[in-house]
Design a protein around this ligand. Structure first.
Ligand SMILES: NC(=O)c1ccc[n+]([C@@H]2O[C@H](COP(=O)([O-])OP(=O)(O)OC[C@H]3O[C@@H](n4cnc5c(N)ncnc54)[C@H](O)[C@@H]3O)[C@@H](O)[C@H]2O)c1
Length: 431
């Protein structure tokens, strides 16, 4: 394949060398003539293990050429990767200046050459910036560019290995032609390939890096609590990581409603208190609880925004398949709605059964007797509600929702739409 790569920094130089050594013909483009000269001399413009050797081999095989002239590269290539920097501005937003300039230069060159091209954003950008890149191409190279996203997951220091053996390859594209081309480019890789819309593809990168950053901060806060107490944090985290069932797993990583129950909030609070006694600031741990409260607040605001007053809640216990109401976020939401004068009916067969058998009677009677009085024995009895809040998908609930004329807000992020109601999905990312 003939490939151009715009930007010869960490990502661009590694991609250029690896793709050339995989047998492709690569033109690397950079505005920095020094980087271009170094690559053309068969050396590496960055410190990265094994990269200089790969560049030297690619140069002597005649498969890699660097240039400052974008048109020279695009004249030959059929696929153009953009790997320019997307640094932060002081306020945290991405500075897209390099990226927009590169897109303008690519578009102008393609328009002059009258050449079509699949252009792939390899840089890390949020969807709104990708959309702007689309607008740039639509205005300066109309009909010539098919814009895709293919975020990079390499880590400096192990970049070549990461490029050749990534955890997965994410292709963000709207068309089969671009998908086919990118799939064939990565055909030799053993990693799974996931094809998404560009917006989702780009967000996988941000979710991954935010998660990595959070993991480091988390381990450090656990260590901060352990060390003054003479607890070996390394031993704790080593064993912690050996649990691939609950800890290092898909568990607890599905967007949905707030957490609650008898353990998670209590134990996070206990760590925070321990930190306080040691004069430790634990902003990540503290943030967990306020982040959780925000989930409830967003749900409340969504209800408010509908203007509906007669609300049916489906699910009251803190999670499905239990009658446990302790620190249930649904109880909290119900209290908030009642406090603001909403008319509330609640359906939760587990809670009703628990009250009847006496299992959870004490708690219900002592803590939420006012909510229990609002409970209905069947979901059909929510028929008069204007808005249904779905916390749990009990058996039979989905069928009722299909025919119910009420609007629905699904707090579990499971249903995207209703037949007759407002289309709502909790935790849809709005960027
Ligand atoms: N560095 C990493 O480990 C890494 C890993 C994954 C993703 N990313 C993302 O990849 C992107 C690139 O990161 P990087 O670390 O390689 O950046 P970098 O700063 O090392 O390299 C960017 C290069 O682009 C060149 N450039 C700027 N404008 C140009 C233009 N108009 N035409 C041609 N070249 C131009 C610069 O001269 C520079 O050499 C960023 O969005 C980054 O977030 C980086």
């Amino acid at each position: 394949m003939k490939i151009s790569i715009v930007g010869l920094g960490y990502v661009g130089a590694v991609s250029s060398a690896c793709l050339a050594s995989a047998g492709h013909r690569v033109w690397g483009v950079d505005i920095n003539p020094e980087k271009v000269r170094i690559i053309n001399e068969g050396a590496s413009p960055i410190v990265e293990s094994g990269l200089a050797e790969k560049i030297a081999q690619a140069r002597s095989a005649g498969r890699l050429q660097a240039t400052v002239d974008i048109a020279e590269a695009l004249r030959e290539s059929e696929l153009c990767f953009v790997a320019v920097a997307t640094p932060s501005r002081p306020n945290g937003e991405i500075d897209p200046a390099h990226l927009f300039r590169a897109c303008k230069q690519i578009g102008t060159a393609l328009a002059t050459l009258r050449r079509k091209q699949i252009v792939v954003i390899r840089s890390s950008v949020l969807p709104s910036i990708f959309d702007e890149c689309r607008r740039i191409f639509a205005s300066n190279a109309p009909g010539l560019v098919e814009l895709c996203a293919n975020p990079e997951f390499l880590r400096e220091g192990t970049a070549i290995l990461d490029f050749e053996e990534p955890p997965f390859t994410i292709l963000g594209t709207d068309t089969a032609a671009a998908e086919d081309m990118l799939r064939s480019l990565y055909a030799d890789q053993t990693a799974p390939i996931f094809v998404l819309k560009p917006r989702e593809a780009l967000m996988v990168k941000y979710a991954s890096n935010a998660f990595h950053a959070m993991k480091v901060a988390f381990a450090n806060e656990i260590a901060a609590v352990c060390q003054p107490a003479g607890v070996d944090a390394d031993a704790v985290m080593n064993i912690f990581c050996s649990d691939t069932k609950l800890n290092i797993s898909r568990r607890y990583l599905k967007p949905g409603f707030a957490f609650g129950g008898s353990c998670l909030p209590k134990d996070v609070r206990a760590i925070l208190y321990a930190g306080k006694t040691m004069d430790l600031q634990l902003p990540l741990m503290a943030g967990i609880l306020s982040s959780n409260e925000e989930v409830i607040e967003r749900a409340f605001q969504k209800v408010r925004a509908t203007g509906k007053r007669r609300i049916g809640m489906i699910g009251l216990s803190f999670k499905s398949n239990t009658d446990d109401l302790r620190e249930s976020p649904f109880v909290e939401l119900a209290e908030r709605l009642l406090g603001k004068g909403y008319e509330l009916s609640i359906y939760d067969p587990n809670v009703i059964a628990a009250r009847l058998t006496g299992a959870n009677k004490e708690y219900i009677d002592a803590v939420i007797p006012h909510l229990f009085r609002l409970m209905v024995p069947s979901v059909e009895e929510l028929a008069n509600c204007e808005l249904l809040l779905v916390g749990h998908h009990f058996d039979g609930v989905d069928a009722v929702l299909e025919t119910n004329r009420a609007s629905v807000i699904d707090l579990t992020a499971r249903r995207a739409a209703t037949s007759a109601g407002v289309v709502e999905q909790e935790l849809v990312l709005e960027i």
